[in-house]
Design a protein around this ligand. Sequence first.
Ligand SMILES: Cc1cc2nc3c(=O)[nH]c(=O)nc-3n(C[C@H](O)[C@H](O)[C@H](O)COP(=O)(O)OP(=O)(O)OC[C@H]3O[C@@H](n4cnc5c(N)ncnc54)[C@H](O)[C@@H]3O)c2cc1C
Length: 439
Amino acid sequence: MKRFLFGFLSLVSLAGVSALFADPAPADVATPWVLRQQALYLTGLWSFSLMSLAMVLATRPTWLEPLLGGMDQIYRTHKWTGILAVGFAAAHWLVEMSDDVIKTMIGRDGRFPKEHGSGFLEMMRDVGEDLGEWAIYALLAMLVITLLRRFPYHLWRYVHHAMPVIYLMLVIHSAFLAPVGWWTGPTGPLLALLIAAGSAAALLSLAGRIGRRRKVGGTVESLRDAGAGVTEVVCRLESGWKGHKAGQFAFATFQSLEGAHPFTIASADRGDRRITFQIKALGDYTRRLGERLHQGQPVTIEGPYGRFDFRRGSAHARQIWIAGGIGITPFLAWLESLQGADNVPDADLYYSTRARADDPFATRLEALCKALPTVRLHIISTDRDGALNAELLHQRHGDAKRTDIWFCGPRPFGDALRTGLARLGMRRMRFHQEAFQMR
Ligand SMILES: Cc1cc2nc3c(=O)[nH]c(=O)nc-3n(C[C@H](O)[C@H](O)[C@H](O)COP(=O)(O)OP(=O)(O)OC[C@H]3O[C@@H](n4cnc5c(N)ncnc54)[C@H](O)[C@@H]3O)c2cc1C
C-alpha cells in the first residue's frame, strides 16, 4: 500500500512541479508570495488527486486486487488515501488563509494577481471557491468521525454516503480554480483523467451501482448457534453465483435497512452454490444476529472478493498459517478445499483461541487436519498455554530460509507478531495479513 501511494503521489507531483516551473511566474524567486502560490497549487493538486483515487478505490475495483493484494487491502488503501487527501486539503486551506499574515509581514508587493475570467467562467470561479470552502469543512468533520472509534459504524456508514457529493463539489472547485495554464500543460491530461475517473466513481456510488454485477440473491438455508458467540449461517445462492476461491470473502445483506457486512466464506466451493459463514458477535448487529435471522429468509450476497490464498506465496518458502479467534474462517475454507487434493502444502497452522474447552472450531480443525498429514495443527489455548507470540514462532521456525506467513485475526495481534518476528531477524519473511477492519 505504501509503495502504491508513494508511486501515485510521485507521478502527480512530477506533473505538478513541471507545471509550476513551466509557468511564466518567477518560480525561482523564493519570495513568500511566490512560495504561497506554489504551495497553494501543489497542496490542492495532491489533495484533489488523492480524493479522486479514494473515490475510484471505493467502487471495489477488482482489477486492482492483484496490484494491492485483495479487496481488504484496497479498502485499507482507500482509508489512508482519504486521510492523506484531507490532510492536504487542510494544508491547502491554511495556505489560502495565510495571505493576511504575509501582507502584514512584507506588504502586498509581489502578490499574484487573481486570475479572472469573463462572464460564466468568473461566476463559476466564485461558486468553486465557496464549494471548496464548504467541502473542506465537511471533509474535516468526516475525518474526525472516521478516526473517532466511538462513533457507531452503522451511523458513520450513512454519513459516509455524502462523500460522492463532497467530491463533486471539489471537482467544480478544482476545475475552475486550477490555473488556466495547467490545462494546456502536462497537468491538463492528468486533471482531466482524475476528474473523469473520480466523477464516474462518484456517480456510480450515488446511483447505488457499486458491486451490482457481483450481487446475487439467495436464501438462508440453515442457522446454527456454534457456541462462544458464533453463529453458523449456510446460504444457498441463485444461479448467478460463479463460485469462489477458498479464503475469499463476500458482503452479505440479510436486512436491507442494515446494509451489507463483509464475512469470509468459511467453506470450500463445492459447486453447489452453497456458502457458509461463521459469524462472531463482535458488534451491534452481529450480537443480535441469531434473533434477526431465520431459515428461508432472503439474502443478497456480493462477491467474492479478496486474494487471501497461500498459493500466491513462494513455492520454496515455509508456510506458517496463523489464526486469531474468528480469523480462523479463511483457514477453514483452505483446509476444506485441500481435502483429497494433490499438492497439499507443508504447513504449520497455529490457531489461537481463548479457551480450547468451549471453542466452536477446534474439533472440526482437528478432523480436517487429520486427513492432511503435511498440515500440522497447533491449538494455542491462551487460558492454558499463554499467548502465541513472535518468540515462540521464531524459536520453532527461525531456521527456515524463507517464510510465508498468512495471518488472519485482530490487527494488534498481527502487528505485534509481524514487528516481533522482524525484530528477531526472521529471515526473508513475507507477512500476508487479511484486514478484518475496513474503517
Ligand atoms: C474482509 C473481512 C472479512 C471478515 N470476515 C469475518 C468472518 O468470517 N466472521 C466474522 O465474524 N467477522 C468477519 N469480519 C468482521 C465483520 O465484518 C464485522 O465484525 C461485522 O461487520 C461487525 O458488524 P456489527 O454491526 O456487529 O459491529 P459494529 O459494532 O457496528 O462494528 C464493529 C466493526 O466492524 C466493522 N464493520 C461493521 N459493519 C461493517 C460493514 N457493513 N462493512 C465493513 N465493516 C463493518 C467496522 O470495522 C466496525 O468498526 C470480516 C471483516 C472483513 C473486513
